[in-house]
Design a protein around this ligand. Sequence first.
Ligand code: ATP
Ligand code: MG
Length: 725
Amino acid sequence: MAVHSGVERVLAGLDPEQRTAVTAPAGPVCVLAGAGTGKTRAVTSRIAHRALTGEIVGRHVLAVTFTARAAAEMRQRLTVLGVPGVQARTFHAAALRQVRYFAPRLLEGRAMPELLDSKVRLVTLAAARAGLRTDRAAARDLAGEIEWAKSSLVEPGEYVVAAAKALRETPHEPAKVAEVFAAYEKIKRGNGVIDFEDLLRAAVWGIEEHADVAEQVRAQYRHFVVDEYQDVNPLQQRLLDAWLGGRDDLTVVGDASQTIYSFTGATSAYLVDFPRRHRDAVVVRLVRDYRSTPQVVGLANAVIAQARGTEARLRLELVGQRPTGPEPELRIFTDEPAEAAAVAARCRALVAAGTPAREIAVLFRTNAQSEAYEKALTEAEVPYQVQGAERFFERAEVRQAMVALRAATRSIPGQTPLPAAVVEALAAVGWAPDAPPPGGAARERWEALAALVALAEEYAATPELLPVGTAATVERPVTLAAFTDELHRRAGQQHAPTVDGVTLASLHAAKGLEWDAVFLVGLAEGTLPTVYARTAEQVEEERRLLYVGITRARQWLWLSYATARAPGGRARRPTRFLPRLDRSGGTERAGGTERAGGPAGRRPERRRAQVVSCRICGATLLAGPDRKLGRCPTCPSDIDQELYERLHDWRQRVAGAQKVPAYVVFTDATLTALAERRPGRPEELIAIAGIGPRKLGLYGEAVLALVGGSPVDEICPEKTFKNSP
Ligand code: ATP
Ligand code: MG
């Protein structure tokens, strides 16, 4: 009886497709589930259902998840559903457990080798042996390349060919990388330590080479579940196959459209080919999106509809299940500091209106982008936390650079222009303003230091922006010393640790998570897609990153970019991945024809009549009604309600007298703009979009009188036509 009600509880609240997945008989099951369709929920329910009906025993299940956090959540959910004892782990945690358990037997009493938690130190030694001098960032990139190779089951001797085939962008000559790789393996063995990939290999080896181990492991684990299967790599798949040993009680869940770790060797090929490899597999497609509003879902669908390539073949159109919500907003700013300030202001407003800060996230493409938001949120007094990365001023290269800048205040002549002085000072830490080095970590380091130069340019360009707490009358000196002081001041402010704040995270780190409000920032060509995305596949992965970002939002979604990095800087275009958000057709979207990183301004920008900016947040306004209004529709209105009513009343009478519809006189948007901005002079009147010389001539005097407080009765239609031609 109790068991029966437990089963009902598991099935209650699932949709028919989820139930199909949950109740499918033993054997291969493939759940192709879009973002937010409840695939983790379905897979968890399947385990619970099978255990509660007595079909399987919980401790014979191995559920593999992508992060330790996801594993803990799954264990906890299963316990709540009455199924304790399920092993929910990451591949690494599961392999570690297995290797530890069997080590005494396989190593004949020798201790299990120590597990390296980072390759960097040994890679540095290996690089030196191969004649390469590496700093930490360069070593990290080499380590990343070795990780890719090992995860892809590529040995040092096979590296050169494999890297060419996979179009790897290698940090050094491929032959040199192979040399470092071989040296690394040798040093590692000599030191008697193993790395994370070795751990997985050891788990595979234990099973493949030892019948008794295989038998025992397979007796323990009989039913397998893999969440986020689109991001499995060949080494992990090999381990999964070893665990299975030809059996097929395997449930996989994935979304090819969320494959975002290809650069580490992960591939959605296993997911895509699953139904072919398991002809008898039950294949379930989930399309109901329970996470996001139909508005967010609509945008996600539009973005992924443009996807090309293998992953796109399995694309599913999501159907939003939640009540209607606000439209996603697209905001355009003249520069990044303005963008960050507007985001921070909106975060503050959301928090003030009752959204907990932990339910808000600001997501960006690269960690170097976080500084602007750390600063803006600090200034707006909104608590935040940086997820999966260090805060900008805590990064080793930034701390080093600050020391170098301080030292340079004594050596660089005072009259050197600030940006030039900063560039000169950064030479001491090996930074040069020309092209960034290849490789992710070296590039991140380069970009973090480039961000300091950009800050210097901003500091020099906007001397009127005095540091908080400085008397406004004091002229701020644009010197290296003053700038360095300012950086230290910012660093100090941003050190304040927070627990319950707005999340700042890269799109990669946001995978699998959800928030009420999500800000996707920096959506400009060159940032997303990054200029480093050169091949069609790399560009597609960038598109999927945007898709992952959009689908994190439950309710509010903000998309923004700045037309220049710093005030007055080089013009940039919006990301090619965004469909036209604005119904009036004013976006300057360039279509999908340009190359990633193609020079901005290669062909002349289409001229728009006039740039109209939101007078509340400064965003460039594109939609006709918003331009008339003079602000974003979602920015707070400061309307004079009484004036609006008089204007409205007056418009009725004029339209009646002229026998035309009211909007021919003035649209609602123009009335709102008038009541918000209360123009006092004809020049101010004509500055309102929607009022040209003709309407100024026709209605100018009447409107100014109304704004001045005249009752409608005193402004008869005849008076209105006084000036008419
Ligand atoms: P992602 O692709 O981002 O990992 P997912 O497919 O794993 O997403 P879940 O995180 O399992 O999706 O579910 C998304 C949200 O929808 C969760 O808050 C979950 O509780 C809710 N949900 C899932 N299924 C249902 C359902 N049948 N009815 C109501 N809510 C549901
Ligand atoms: Mg999930």
